[in-house]
Design a protein around this ligand. Structure first.
Ligand code: S3P
Ligand code: PEP
Length: 433
């Protein structure tokens, strides 16, 4: 276990290259592994989660060459995957396990999947249930709800699945099973979740029809290797969007940040709270759009965040909660019960850890209520092994009176290995006070 001592700062200034999008990086490796021919990936995120995805597909015989943010995958089609001799270990990554289950549902071999202590608590029935319905044989604790899971894929049949949750992992797993299922596979969700799978399947030559909150795929299309450019991860940029808004005398420019509309809820919410964010003209339309963002310190005000915007900012809620402690009035976050099944129960961990710093924040059954806190105070806080909690607390430390010690600081490497280096870089002109 590592810990990090963090001092308050007097201003954050400079430019940051935001590392590759985690969701897109996972998918590029997975889709490249089941495609025919070579796939090249530029801008790949070298975070622990995406490296777990590479490791799992290598264990199924796929040749994957990775050097920094460049990845070359020699795909041999779905049939090219080999029965893994070893257990597939997804580490901390929910995206890896849930999407990979969709792929394994159609492979005629046996595999075992597990992950770390956090993965062991995360529900898998939302994926294993519908995949069983399509024809996959999956066993696991609590009737296939928890790892370790064992899978014997078969020839899946298409389905018309109504998902009770807005989840891109559920949607993607079912669509991936649908790639080689008999007939058509459709998934309908209550609100639209991130659509990277639909977009990227298109880039691999596989048509996905989208109608409102329903995505459908015809089985038997096959994927063809391609080139994928990964934009910066808006979920990583969010920490600096909030830091730049709430740390006095800040101005930060974030380069090449993904602007897929299913992911930009954090910008909408921060702007509604009064944040000063400017967006350069959007590029890369058609595939995954991106832009440069500049944020300057501003006074924020509390708002209500609920309903269909929640899936568009689900991973940003911990850092939005911190922003809310610095906003006038009250911020109410509702309809976010999904936070309870992330790397930690993010309602409880955000509330517990920010309270240690003196924040006025209370948990509710599906979110939190946050009131303005004039000054946060340094404390001994803990990421609990959750990367997003670790980075949120590190940003909070910038504003605290006194020093903060962050326990389990190594968790940030799951999605942003260079995070602390960038935070130091931004305050280099203004030594920590
Ligand atoms: O599909 C994806 O890449 C992701 C979907 C979201 O999870 P859910 O599908 O569980 O909402 C998100 O929280 C996760 O970080 C990445
Ligand atoms: C929830 C997250 O990821 P995953 O579900 O892939 O573990 C996250 O990155 O915040």
């Amino acid at each position: 276990m590592m810990s990090k001592r963090l001092k308050p700062v007097s201003g954050l200034q400079g430019t940051i290259q935001i590392p590759g999008d985690k969701s897109i990086s996972h998918r590029a490796v997975m889709f490249g592994s089941i495609a025919e021919g070579r796939t090249t990936v530029q801008g790949f995120l070298t975070g622990d989660d995406c490296l777990s995805t590479i490791d799992c597909f290598r264990k199924m015989g796929v040749s994957i060459h990775q050097e920094n943010d460049t990845v070359i995958i020699e795909g041999k089609g779905l049939e090219g995957l080999k029965e893994p001799v070893d257990i597939l270990d997804v580490g901390n990554s929910g995206t890896t396990i849930r999407l990979m289950l969709g792929i394994l549902a159609n492979t005629p071999f046996h595999s075992c999947i597990t992950g770390d202590a956090s993965i062991a608590k995360r529900p898998m029935k939302r994926v294993t249930g519908p995949l069983r319905g399509m024809g996959a044989a999956i066993e696991g604790r609590d009737e296939g709800n928890f790892v370790p899971l064992s899978i014997r894929g078969g020839h899946c049949k298409g389905t018309d699945y109504q998902s009770p949750v807005a989840s891109a992992q559920v949607k993607s797993a079912i669509l991936l099973a649908g790639v080689s299922a008999e007939g058509t596979t459709s998934v309908t969700e209550p609100h639209k979740s991130r659509d990277h799978t639909e977009r990227m399947l298109g880039a691999f030559g596989c048509k996905v029809a989208v109608d409102g909150n329903t995505a459908s795929i015809k089985g038997g299309q096959g994927l063809k290797g391609t080139h994928i450019e990964v934009p910066g991860d808006i979920s990583s940029a969010a920490f600096f969007l909030v830091a730049g808004s709430i740390v006095p005398e800040s101005e930060i420019t974030l380069k090449k940040v993904g602007m897929n509309p299913t992911r930009t809820g954090v910008i909408d919410v921060l702007k509604q709270m009064g944040a000063d964010i400017t967006i350069s003209p959007i590029e890369g339309e058609g595939a995954e759009p991106y832009a440069d963002l500049t944020v300057r310190t501003s006074k924020l005000k509390g708002i209500e965040i609920s309903g269909e915007i929640i899936p568009r900012l689900i991973d940003e809620i911990p850092i939005i909660a911190l922003a809310a402690t610095q906003a006038s009035g009250v911020t109410v976050i509702k309809d976010a019960a999904e936070l309870k099944v992330k790397e930690t129960n993010r309602i409880d961990t955000v509330v517990h850890e920010l309270k240690k710093m003196g924040a006025k924040i209370e948990a509710t059954s599906d979110g939190m209520i946050i009131s303005e806190t004039s000054l946060l105070k340094g404390a001994d806080v803990d990421s609990h092994g959750d990367h997003r909690i670790g980075m949120m607390l590190a940003v909070a430390s910038c504003l605290c009176k006194g020093e903060t010690t962050l326990l389990n600081s190594e968790a940030v490497a799951v999605s942003y290995p260079g995070f602390f280096g960038e935070l130091d870089h931004l305050q280099s002109k203004n030594s920590r006070v």
